[in-house]
Design a binder for this molecule. Structure first.
Ligand code: HGY
Ligand code: MN
Ligand code: MN
Length: 424
């Protein structure tokens, strides 16, 4: 039904540019870290667009925003969306595409006078990136009941700010309760952020799931000393230990091979001065794998290595868990629907797991969920050079349109939805 409907790529591209200009870093990228003034400005703009479309806008206790278009019948909506917060060196597509393509789908339906059977909703979730307040996917984790609101509000950022204070400061403490309403289904359009689709020349990714994520912050305490007078044998240097851990993390991932990845993204020395052996080092380690057992094995192996390196250097260490999510499989019916709709539009499509975390992995805890990927040029993301060409943006948004129409107007999910007690 409505196979001939097409989104308006000019409208979508214009909104991506307008939102991308908020927090612009001047090099094609943007910085809208969660709950900053830039995030507030981005939120305000998207909420204005939601209001312009006549949607019913709901803001919940952790600042998630859900905008709903009524259907012919009542009941839980078919939801799409993503996030509009970015990392500090972000591009303009990560997250933003999923939210703005959702708005574009709704505007296309409204202009065509099409009302779906089930309501449609477009959401953006608070602090998906986790770059300021960990864990990542924080807002959608609270939305699905995986983290309490008060516990989330007490989280302190790497810059010392308390999440609840920042949420209040930007004026996005809503009244809608968390956990939120379980949607009928959830579909997220997102850039791949990796090299696979481009390498294989495919237009669309039918995402099968998300790999497991392990984030930790290590604190290494040694002995500050004079860089010139302290013989090497006297040193207890956390700076050296941090460097060895970073090398070991890389060796561990390469040695395990397959899907194992390891990243040291943040590394700070105290006092961080040219002529002082550091007193303390603080660093993060991000480990990921599609296989939960292998991810746990990587965590255990790294802990052993850290212990050995610290013992040898006479440095003490402690670790703080920042995020830990097991791998998630998306709903097979939704994955197949994405694949079928892409093929139906004459697009090439490949099934693949997501290397990045996404809000969809949290919504998958409460309803059938899936994702649509479009290629990232050069596989680049979390970088101002992040880019997806207009043809692929349009293709992805048209697949989203068709998938949402099927979910909203047919019983493609059949009995499985009734089984989870969500009326169809
Ligand atoms: O870290 C991630 O995978 C996501 O970008 N939050
Ligand atoms: Mn994202
Ligand atoms: Mn991201």
């Amino acid at each position: 039904m409505h196979q001939d409907l097409q989104i308006d790529i000019g409208r979508l591209a214009a909104r991506l540019s307008e939102l991308g200009a908020i927090g612009s870093t001047g090099d094609g990228g943007c910085a809208r870290l969660a709950l900053t003034d830039e995030d507030r400005a981005g939120r305000d703009l998207v909420v204005t667009w939601m209001a312009d479309l006549g949607l019913d806008i709901s803001i919940d206790e952790i600042g998630n925003v859900v905008a709903t278009r009524p259907g012919l019948s009542e009941g839980p909506p078919v939801m799409c969306g993503s996030h509009i917060d970015t990392v500090a060196t972000g591009g303009i597509y990560d997250g933003n595409l999923g939210v703005l393509a959702g708005l574009e789908v709704i505007e296309t339906l409204s202009r065509a006078g099409v009302t779906t059977r089930r309501p449609l909703a477009v959401a953006f979730f608070t602090d998906e990136e986790g770059a300021r307040f960990s864990p990542d996917m924080l807002g959608s984790l609270v939305y699905c009941g995986g983290l309490g609101v008060e516990e989330a509000r007490d989280i302190v950022a790497s810059d010392g700010a308390r999440l609840g204070d920042e949420l209040a400061r930007i004026g996005y403490v809503g009244s809608a309760p968390c956990p939120g309403l379980a949607p009928y289904a959830y579909v997220e359009l997102h850039i791949e952020q990796g090299p696979v689709l481009e390498a294989h020349g495919e237009d669309i990714g039918a995402v099968t799931g998300v790999q497991g994520i392990s984030w930790q912050e290590l604190t290494l305490v040694g002995q500050s000393n004079h860089a010139g007078t302290t013989p090497m044998s006297y040193r207890h240097d956390p700076g050296l230990v941090a460097a060895e851990i970073a090398v070991q993390a890389r060796r561990l991932a390469v040695g395990m091979g397959a899907d194992q990845v390891a990243t040291v993204g943040r590394l700070e020395l105290v006092p961080n001065l040219v002529n002082v052996v550091a007193a303390k080092a603080s660093m993060t380690v991000d480990l990921r794998n599609t296989d939960e057992e292998l991810l746990a094995e990587a965590e255990a192996k790294l802990a052993e290595e850290i212990d050995e390196i610290c013992r040898r250097e006479g440095v003490s260490w402690s670790t703080r868990r920042l995020a830990r999510f097991a791998p998630v499989e998306f709903d097979p019916t939704v994955v197949s629907l994405v694949e079928a709709k892409a093929l139906g539009l004459g697009l090439s499509v490949r099934r693949l797991a997501s290397g990045a975390g996404h809000d969809a992995q949290m919504l998958a805890r409460m309803c059938p969920a899936g994702m649509i990927f479009v290629p990232s040029v050069g596989g680049i993301s979390h970088n101002p050079k992040e880019f997806t060409d207009t043809g692929h943006l349009e293709a992805g948004a048209n697949v989203l349109l068709q998938v949402l129409l099927d979910l909203a107007d047919t019983d493609v999910l059949g009995s499985q939805v009734e089984a989870v007690g969500v009326e169809g």
